[in-house]
Design a protein around this ligand. Structure first.
Ligand SMILES: [Ca+2]
Ligand SMILES: [Ca+2]
Ligand SMILES: [Ca+2]
Ligand SMILES: [Ca+2]
Length: 288
């Protein structure tokens, strides 16, 4: 009786050796060796608060190409440089509104950073503390270290796409407002919170009808795929707290298709200040 069991075990090892490389490509982590800040945008002027009760504050969502570990995130990890040369530490740095485990690419800095009418303005932010992070889908958290400072986009600017990546089943299966249809799923991350322009409600059919995911096929042809649906909607009770993510629920794609970009037309979404988006043609940079 022992011999057949051993044969089965040996066979299983062989199968795993040959199957693993393909499976890692489909379900493993994104190939992103270096952490980076993607954007820092002045979101609101005097319109938000911190959990300690302070109100009438400004916010700057900061987006990263990595997931940032919530337990490593402290307000003193960030500095905001103002146009008059002064430096502020935010009273709070939140993983909110994007607060799901597969949405950890944004830290929302909240505090008194400036005044859009009379100045000063927030002009740059830098990471000065010991954040930890990992590429989406990776297992172990790593120290991030200091990152180069990045300019803060003005309050009047509209939201823009900062990242797009194929959601791997290992982190997407438990997502409560995930795609309920389709065979491929793409996370589209923007610089700022998103609602429909100009109503400020959660986005609907016009946004879903305009998004396209661009794929390059093994024969070098590029195809533009319309989503069957857009998911990650109704993140919170009020649309003011809608986060900066959409999930594109796509049909099953041809074998070997590689995500190369995402497009959407102008004036379909707005940020919490009511500013609309420009037409977007976001390019996925390999290994970024
Ligand atoms: Ca704005
Ligand atoms: Ca979600
Ligand atoms: Ca969400
Ligand atoms: Ca969302």
């Amino acid at each position: 009786m022992r011999r057949p069991a051993l044969v089965v075990a040996a066979f299983a090892v062989l199968v795993s050796v040959f199957v693993l490389p393909a499976a890692v490509g489909a379900t493993g982590s994104l190939p992103r060796p270096v952490p980076k800040i993607l954007s820092a945008s002045w979101g609101t002027d005097g319109a938000v608060g911190c959990p300690n009760g302070q109100q009438g504050l400004d916010n700057i969502p900061v987006t990263f190409n990595w997931f940032i570990r919530r337990a490593s995130t402290q307000p003193a990890d960030f500095q905001i440089i103002r146009s008059d040369g002064s430096v502020a530490t935010p009273p709070c740095a939140l993983h909110f509104p994007p607060d799901e485990p597969d949405e950890a690419q944004t830290v929302n800095l909240i505090g008194d950073f400036g005044d859009s009418a009379s100045g000063p303005m927030p002009v740059a932010i830098r990471v000065v503390g010991a954040l930890q992070g990992k590429a989406p889908g990776a297992r172990a958290w790593q120290p991030i270290g200091r990152l180069p400072k990045i300019s803060v986009d003005p309050l009047s600017g509209g939201p823009y796409i900062v990242d797009a990546w194929a959601l791997m089943p290992s982190i997407y299966l438990g997502d409560p407002n995930r795609c309920m249809t389709g065979g491929n799923f793409v996370r589209v991350m923007w610089s700022n919170g998103l609602t429909a322009y100009p109503t400020g409600e959660e986005v609907g059919a016009p946004v879903a009808a305009s998004y396209r995911a661009l794929y390059r096929l093994p024969n070098a042809k590029t195809i533009a795929i319309a989503p069957l649906e857009v998911a990650d909607l109704h993140d919170h009770e009020t649309s003011f707290n809608a986060d900066n993510m959409h999930d594109l629920c796509l049909p099953r794609l041809p074998r070997g298709a590689k995500l190369t970009g995402v497009t959407i037309a102008a004036n379909l979404v707005q940020d919490p200040n009511g500013d609309p988006n420009l037409a977007e043609r976001f390019h996925v940079i390999p290994s970024s």
